[in-house]
Design a protein. Structure first.
Ligand SMILES: NC(=O)c1ccc[n+]([C@@H]2O[C@H](COP(=O)([O-])OP(=O)(O)OC[C@H]3O[C@@H](n4cnc5c(N)ncnc54)[C@H](O)[C@@H]3O)[C@@H](O)[C@H]2O)c1
Length: 318
């Protein structure tokens, strides 16, 4: 089976691609390479803007996975117009081309950030979406655009991912658990901006597993699916990171608690994803720290701009 990863040279794609190769899939990537190329040499990489693709570029793929766009709130807020175009319109354009080209399935990397600010309820895929900030609104636009294209010959699966964390060959230190790990090593302490806020955390290995389950699902299956490893408060995440880093390094880690208002607060259930796609998460926050720490010799300077989407993005001057 031949799979196209659009935006596949990013954080998630750089771990997903080698996993798909291991399973015997043929993998190609279209990407602007904002963060370089950390993909295995067996992956054909086409350096191209998704908006420059035509139907001909999509012919021959069995499935297309969208991993592009501006991935996080700071990027979305720095350039809201480009955010709405990249996260809202771009997935729909690519799904439209894929359908024209006879691709059988389109998988969209959506986000649980569509849920917005919720009050102590477990949200499923039928719960209301109430986001009022550029990233969440644009991810929802992208999701709705692609989902309505599904029909008997074109399956569309949107994976609403929790905050993905853990090690990838294209590493990010701007994602909550990874950021806390970096702060432990650099500053000897963790800053918790708001201890009571809930977040679904998704170990990147569980995320990759979610994409595998979506790829392998019966082609009659379409729809929106939550994926997370577990729900945690940010205070809990801070405590778990502290404990695990102290165990691994023997270093004492401090915690600073702040009271900064957050506009995102949600916890989700992935029961539907388990029932329909067979998705089961395996990892915890402590596992994420063990995995990130295992690769510590690869990171060099933690402040390198390419570990932070917003810094790289500002340098690109888009
Ligand atoms: N990382 C997370 O925590 C998370 C959580 C939920 C959803 N998501 C979604 O998952 C997807 C992948 O996330 P990620 O963390 O791997 O992001 P990333 O920023 O690491 O990678 C995005 C990739 O897309 C490429 N790209 C951007 N615009 C492009 C264009 N016009 N044409 C071609 N390539 C383009 C970039 O060069 C980059 O390699 C994104 O859509 C993101 O919104 C991510």
């Amino acid at each position: 089976m031949k799979i196209l990863l659009a935006g596949g040279a990013g954080y998630i794609g750089s771990l997903l691609a080698p996993t798909l190769l291991e399973r015997g899939y043929e993998v190609e990537v279209i990407d602007l390479l904002w963060f370089g190329n950390h993909l295995p040499k067996e992956v054909k990489v086409i350096k191209k803007d998704i908006f420059d693709c035509q139907k001909e570029d999509l012919i021959g793929y069995d499935q297309v996975i969208f991993l592009g766009g501006l991935s996080n709130d700071p990027m979305a807020e720095f350039n809201p117009a480009l955010n709405f175009i990249s996260n809202g319109a771009q997935p729909s354009y690519l799904a439209y081309l894929a359908k024209l080209a006879g691709v059988k399935r389109f998988i969209y990397g959506s986000s649980c950030s569509v849920y917005g600010y919720t009050v102590n309820e477990l949200y499923d895929e039928d719960s209301p979406v109430t986001c009022a900030y550029p990233y969440g609104i644009s991810k929802l636009q992208g999701e709705r655009g692609v989902i309505q294209m599904q029909d008997d010959n074109f399956s569309v699966i949107a994976l609403r991912q929790g905050t993905v964390c853990g090690y990838s060959p294209r590493m990010r230190f701007d994602l909550i658990v990874n950021t806390m790990y970096k702060s432990c090593l650099v500053d000897g302490k963790i800053t918790v901006n708001n201890a009571s806020i809930w977040r679904p955390i998704l170990d990147i290995r569980d995320a990759v597993n979610g994409y595998l389950r979506a790829i392998q699902a019966d082609l009659h299956i379409s729809g929106v699916f939550n994926i997370a490893s577990d729900n945690y408060t940010v205070g809990q995440v801070g405590d778990l990171v502290k404990e695990q880093v102290e165990t691994l390094t023997g270093q004492k880690i401090g915690i600073e608690i702040k009271q900064i208002q957050d506009f995102r607060n949600y916890k989700v259930t992935w029961q539907k994803t388990k029932t329909i796609l067979g998705y089961e998460p395996k990892h915890t926050v402590s596992d994420i720290i063990v995995d990130v720490h295992k690769h510590r010799d690869e990171y060099g300077n933690f402040e390198n701009d390419h570990y932070y989407n917003i810094r790289t993005f500002k340098k690109l001057k888009l």
